[in-house]
Ligand binder design. Structure first.
Ligand code: ZN
Length: 161
């Protein structure tokens, strides 16, 4: 699935999560593959799941903006950034929100299809790398490797004092 199509489905809460499959007539017990406790819905998977919350907290660290769980998926995708970010931080902010949703969905699928569950710290790193890859063509990211970006995460958002 391409990320644009994923976002379109996500925005309409039409991703094929288990509740949506059940609505289409599939019959099976529904449980979240990430926390293994709650029922899987789009909202649970991206907002309410304790596993996803850990991931959101991980990517928010250093960006000057805490993760206050929004009420809707649309609010995630229009999440406000801190006012005082430097130019790189401003460019990175939106791709970072998209990368988080995208990588959470991929992490969920990795458990669903392959039975491989990753630690939240690994997902957080994958998200940072994905977001950095998306902005790597932008002028102000010239010469910044993903490795450097992940290791110097806070410097991408705030200039040193
Ligand atoms: Zn869950």
């Amino acid at each position: 699935m391409k990320v644009g199509f994923f976002l379109w489905l996500l925005n309409q809460e039409k991703l094929l999560t288990q509740d949506n499959l059940q609505r289409r007539g599939w019959n099976f017990p529904n449980h979240c593959y990430l926390c293994e406790e709650e029922t899987e819905t789009v909202r649970h998977l991206f907002i309410e799941c304790k596993y996803s919350k850990e991931v959101w907290n991980g990517i928010s660290d250093g960006t000057g903006q805490h993760w206050n769980a929004p009420l809707t998926i649309k609010e995630i995708l229009t999440r406000k950034r801190a006012n005082d970010l430097n130019s790189k931080g401003k460019e990175l902010w939106n791709p970072l929100q998209v990368a988080t949703c995208w990588c959470l969905w991929k992490a969920r699928n990795e458990v669903y299809f392959n039975g491989n569950k990753a630690h939240t710290q690994k997902i957080v790193k994958d998200i940072k790398v994905q977001a950095l890859l998306w902005v790597s063509g932008n002028g102000c990211f010239k010469g910044i490797t993903c490795k450097f970006g992940v290791l110097n995460w806070k410097l991408l958002f705030f200039d040193p004092p």
